[in-house]
Design a protein around this ligand. Structure first.
Ligand code: HXC
Length: 263
């Protein structure tokens, strides 16, 4: 664990599940450069550890997942600095492209601006009744900068995304569920348990198959249908050569659980 994050491998006894908690509750877990750097390091460690197979990211405290990029940090920056540092580029690229293992966002409160964008980088979102989603950057004279205009639109469609970006309004958990932004909504005190249990279910799957399933679903956002279908078939054919495919099918026929080798 680090200054602004709590990182717990095998969290609460869930084998293979890493829990990463954003931990700046007084600033509503606003994402300053320290949090973002520590998050990249935490994801790299998770990705590198063969014993950790699914991660959950959540926010500490009752109020927020993350209330956005840190406005007090951004107010000091001029346009040239944002541009020359290519602000947020390594960050959005690192997490989405380099983390091949599955991870879940457990949204326990405000997920605004960069917080909403971080949640949408996850493979899926589980929300509590307290969750609020929004891209309020327009009110600050800016616009989403960590993927919000693209990922929100892909997730919930043009009308709702456009309205949210243009008005900066928040969407509550139930609306987010109706809009397919989140998988499901739970009472606040059941959120983390459900997210960890879901992650444990994924962590108990054959690990190569988990990575392959994630890769395939993500390809649907990047390719034509024909290319995606070819990619799906090729990955399926590669998986068919794995030891875990042999074990998985044998275990089914023999009516027992599988013992995964991860290859
Ligand atoms: C820095 C923040 C913050 C943020 C909240 N805080 N959000 N600090 N950056 N994004 C701090 C407040 O300053 C305050 O600290 C403390 O957290 C508690 O917040 P309050 O506002 O007092 O709480 P409340 O009245 O309950 O209101 C909650 C809220 C509001 C509705 C979530 O805090 C809010 O609107 N926050 C900003 C949301 C936002 O605009 N996010 C988008 C950021 S832009 P102090 O010390 O003052 O008491 C962004 C851009 C990404 O993410 C890409 C750009 C390139």
């Amino acid at each position: 664990s680090s200054n602004t994050l709590i990182v717990e491998p095998n969290a609460q006894g869930n084998k293979g599940v890493t829990l990463i908690t954003l931990n700046r509750p007084k600033a509503l877990n606003a994402l300053n450069s320290e949090v973002l750097e520590e998050l990249i390091a935490a994801f790299a460690a998770f990705e590198a550890d063969p014993a950790q197979l699914c991660a959950v990211v959540t926010g500490s405290g009752e109020k927020a997942f993350a209330a956005g990029a840190d406005i007090k940090e951004m107010i000091e920056k001029q346009s040239a600095e944002f541009y020359l540092e290519d602000f947020f580029s390594n960050w959005t690229g690192e997490i989405v492209k380099k983390v091949r293992k599955p991870w879940i966002a457990a949204v326990n409160g405000f997920a605004l601006g960069g917080g909403c964008e971080l949640a949408m980088m996850a493979d899926f979102i589980i929300a509590s009744e307290h969750a609020r989603f929004g891209q309020p950057e327009i009110k600050l004279g800016v616009a989403p900068g960590m993927g919000g205009s693209q990922r929100l639109t892909r997730a919930i469609g043009k009308s709702k995304s456009m309205e949210m970006c243009l008005t900066g309004r928040m969407m509550d958990a139930n609306e987010a569920e109706r809009a397919n932004l989140v998988v499901r909504v739970l009472p606040q005190d059941e959120l983390l348990g459900d997210a960890l249990k879901t992650a444990a279910t994924i962590a108990a799957m054959p690990p190569m198959a988990a990575i392959a399933n994630k890769e395939m679903v993500n390809a649907a956002f990047e390719t034509t249908l024909d290319q995606g279908l070819i990619m799906e078939r090729r990955i399926f054919q590669i998986l068919a050569a794995s030891e875990d495919k042999q074990e998985g099918m044998a275990a089914f026929v023999e009516k027992r659980g599988g013992q995964w080798k991860g290859r």
